[in-house]
Design a protein. Sequence first.
Length: 220
Amino acid sequence: TKRGFIYCYDLSGNLLWRHHSESTIISRPNVTSGLLIYGTLEGELISLDIADGSIEQSIGIGEPITSQISFAPIRFRGEQTTAVIFGTASGKVYCYDIFYFFQIWENNSATAMIESRPIIVKNRVIFGSWDGFLYCLSIEDGKLNWRWSENRNFYFSPAASIPVFDEDNIYVPTPDKFVSAIDIFLGKTVWRKDDFSAWESIGISQDKKNIFIKSHENNF
């Protein structure tokens, strides 16, 4: 909840445990490897044991964590581990080792809040920011590969949508009602259409041959 509570229920609706961080949570937590990871507006990154909700690790990063939490396999200090990746109110992206919260890298390319979940595609981290750009970083070191925009107006930023992807392209809807296909490797526009009055929501079929769009005009 926004007031800092995290609840865990079984599938019959019975409360198993409750955790209170005494902080503000607006981003969606995520679970992997027996751990629940969440961030707070007070700038804390916290991991809980999903068995009983007890705290495993906690670290302060000094600014509000506003994006959803993502995970990705990564090599760090010669070992294979899992990375936790998230964005902040100022536009920074951080990558930490999930088990010990060692910082692997940070990126300062974006200049405004990151809201939605960063996606991991072909060793790349892709996310939108309220500065009007979609960004692509190397997952190994966090360096910028490319940034993309067809409309840098704040109100049309690709920030609230979680893109989908196939082998070649990223697909993202923006508030100017366009859906754009962007080359994964080059960050160039492949096509761009406003035929469907798209809203900030998109899906893709399992065979990657169709994308699904919600319209401002009550169509799907």
